[in-house]
Design a protein around this ligand. Structure first.
Ligand code: ATR
Length: 270
């Protein structure tokens, strides 16, 4: 039987994951079946166990189930434990469910692909929700000189920074406490969804700085437009989406797809 994988979400209709994983599988000659499943909001664990009973070997997990997925795992990767969330479920040979989160490595790989050197860089991360918590471990592991987390609700950023302080030089606070310059500024707020911009000082960017928005769309987000007007190079989150998928694929199949053709095809289709 063909190995089955899926992405769980609610809603899930617009997910790009089935197309991405189908492209990876075709590229590598791996026979897999990957579908999108809308799990019920009140029984994520049931949806996963039903999927396993029907031959499921692994899954991606998206909004709003990443914390539910975290809770059902019998074994967690260290980075998933830090994130408190799981975007990749893997069925172990012993029937146990293993959980990982690949969003952070996806972000770091995409930054590297754009030629951004994180080691020694001054980093600013905007936002303190689940999306940001999920990427802090790989960002700090890349050895930046410093990392500031800034959030509309300052206390959330302070608490988040405290949870990661053992991994590197990290501070948290409100937007009004932000003083540049920074080499890399990552927008992990959901403000772009509402076409809003976090209130930020004009002199945020160092020469040659990169502004990264975890969101993406056919047009640059308001954050990337704002950053571009202030001299920063803008990168959206489409590459992060493809890179996190590639890392999940690797966890399941032990093989790494070339992400460039898939990313180019998605970009053309936006
Ligand atoms: P996610 O899983 O995407 O991280 P979340 O946990 O709801 O979602 O977090 C959303 C993040 O975007 C938070 O940091 C939120 O700020 P608050 O903690 O102050 O709520 C931030 N956010 C949402 N809308 C925003 C806006 N218009 N301006 C600035 N920050 C915003």
């Amino acid at each position: 039987m063909t190995d089955r994988y899926c992405v769980f979400g609610h809603p899930i209709g617009h997910s790009k994951s089935p197309a991405i994983h189908a492209a990876f599988a075709a590229e590598l000659g791996e026979a897999i079946d990957y579908t999108a499943i809308e799990a019920p909001l009140d029984d994520f664990a049931g949806a996963w166990h039903d999927f396993v009973a029907a031959g499921g070997r692994g899954a991606n997990v998206t909004v709003p189930f990443k914390e539910d997925a975290f809770r059902l795992c019998e074994v967690l990767s260290p980075r998933a434990r830090r994130a408190g969330a799981v975007n990749t479920l893997i069925l172990g040979g012993n029937g146990q469910t293993y959980g990982d989160t690949t969003d952070g490595v996806g972000l770091v790989r995409d930054l590297e692909r754009h030629g951004v050197t994180l080691a020694g860089a001054r980093l600013l991360v905007l936002g303190a929700g689940g999306a940001v918590r999920g990427v802090l471990e790989p960002l700090l592991t890349a050895a930046p000189a410093s990392l500031v987390v800034a959030n509309r609700t300052a206390e959330k950023a302070e608490r988040l920074a405290a949870d990661f302080r053992d991994l590197g030089e990290i501070r948290g606070g409100g937007f009004d406490e932000v003083t540049g310059p920074f080499d890399v500024v990552i927008n992990g707020t959901s403000a772009s969804l509402a076409n809003e911009l976090p209130p930020l000082p004009d002199d945020l960017f160092a020469a040659g700085a990169t502004a990264y928005d975890m969101m993406y769309g056919a047009e640059p987000t308001v954050f990337l437009q704002w950053a571009g007007e202030r001299g920063a190079r803008g990168v959206d989150g489409l590459g992060m989406l493809v890179e996190q998928a590639a890392e999940s694929f690797f966890q399941w199949r032990g093989r790494r797809p070339d992400t460039t053709p898939v990313l180019e095809a998605l970009r053309r289709a936006l």
